[in-house]
Design a protein around this ligand. Structure first.
Ligand code: NAD
Length: 333
């Protein structure tokens, strides 16, 4: 508990939760770094050493890694399909963060380095059916990842491997599959499907216009991992002896239409569905094969989508209604 742990991307969704979780467990020194100004962080834990720095620069990475025992490197320029399909160059520039962080971790004598990779490293040709065969770790090769974002993740995974082989830096890699939960992006263009659908259902309920726009035909399938499983899994992978990338995702496969069903059940309404067929929709089907994580760690994500989505829905609902009251209050002044 006396170790110093650095979390990059700490102003973001997963990073903010991870900082809070490490502190909750009694880790004394948690350094939290993000390039956003503090008032834009989803969660700001006062007990952490919070730093606003641009980790694309080598200097900032060296400053962040000084005196650190363990690094969770989560910082990345990313978002849901609507973002990564239209911002490929920006997504690829995260390679600057990952390169400089590895260099800094090695130079500063960091003991363990965790990298958050993604299911986007898998080839689209293995994800063409809604009734998809779940992706196993070795499906990443021969490589043909998601253009832009996925290529950068696969390259940085590879760099982690070679930093371990060539420089003895202990690196651990998790391939996250669609993480969702409270304290994350739910509007503005970077949001992912669970948050976007909760927001649309809430807006339909609040406005009384009982309709919803769905990207694609709604039959595309995915699995969604609740944030609590992501936190447990990331720390278990970090502490493990597994030096190859592991899937970290739920294997509860659902169609986007079923995700909407669940959100409607939580809201207690039914909506007329309009399908936007030309919207970014990603691969046709994607699921996580959890055989390897189960055999290596004796554990795999298990929180049901129905339970996690309820908590996410309630949080987004509170955020939207609070913002509406604030705007109405300002207008009345
Ligand atoms: P997020 O966008 O909420 O958090 C990422 C954070 O990184 C942001 O707060 C951003 O400001 C910060 N960042 C970006 N560029 C930076 C820079 N130059 N210097 C410092 N900070 C910078 O995303 P998230 O959902 O919390 O994802 C965390 C990590 O997990 C990312 O690496 C992401 O690619 C990966 N991942 C997430 C998911 C998911 O479903 N959320 C799925 C696969 C992989």
């Amino acid at each position: 508990m006396d170790k110093t742990v650095l979390v990059t991307g700490a102003g973001g969704f997963i990073g903010g939760h991870l900082v809070a979780d490490l502190l909750r467990q009694g880790v004394k020194n948690v350094r939290a770094v993000d390039h956003k100004p503090f008032d834009s962080w989803y969660q700001l834990s006062p007990a952490a050493e919070n730093m606003s720095r641009d980790l694309m620069t080598k200097e900032a990475c060296y400053e962040a890694c000084r005196g650190v025992d363990e690094v969770y490197n989560l910082a990345a320029d990313m978002g849901g399909m609507g973002f990564i399909e239209t911002h490929k160059a920006e997504c690829m520039l995260s390679v600057l963060i990952n390169t400089h962080m590895l260099m800094a971790a090695r130079a500063c004598g960091v003991a363990r380095f965790f990298f958050s990779s993604s299911a986007c490293v898998y080839a689209a040709e293995k994800q063409t059916d809604t009734d998809v065969v779940a992706l196993r770790e070795d499906d990443a090769y021969p490589a043909m990842p998601e253009d832009g974002y996925g290529w950068e993740k696969l390259f940085s995974e590879r760099m982690c491997r070679h930093y371990a082989e060539d420089f003895d830096l202990v690196t651990r890699v998790a391939r996250y599959h669609n993480v969702y939960g409270p304290h994350g992006t739910f509007d503005g263009g970077r949001e992912k499907a669970p948050a976007a659908i909760c927001r649309k259902v809430i807006e339909a309920k609040l406005s009384g216009r009982h309709e919803i726009e769905i990207w694609g035909d709604g039959q595309q399938t995915r699995s969604f991992m609740y944030i609590d499983d992501c936190l447990i899994g990331s720390q278990r992978i970090m502490d493990s002896a597994v030096d190859i990338p592991l899937n970290l995702g739920s294997d509860q496969l659902v169609a986007i239409n079923q995700l909407v069903d669940i959100a409607e059940d939580i809201a207690g309404i039914r909506l007329e569905r309009r399908y936007k067929l030309d919207a970014p929709k990603g691969v046709r089907g994607r699921n996580s094969d959890n055989t390897l994580i189960q055999s290596e760690l004796g554990w795999a994500p298990s929180i049901r989508l129905e339970d996690g989505l309820e908590k996410t829905y309630r949080w987004i609902h509170d955020e939207i209604t609070r913002e509406r009251s604030r705007v109405q209050g300002t207008a009345a002044e």
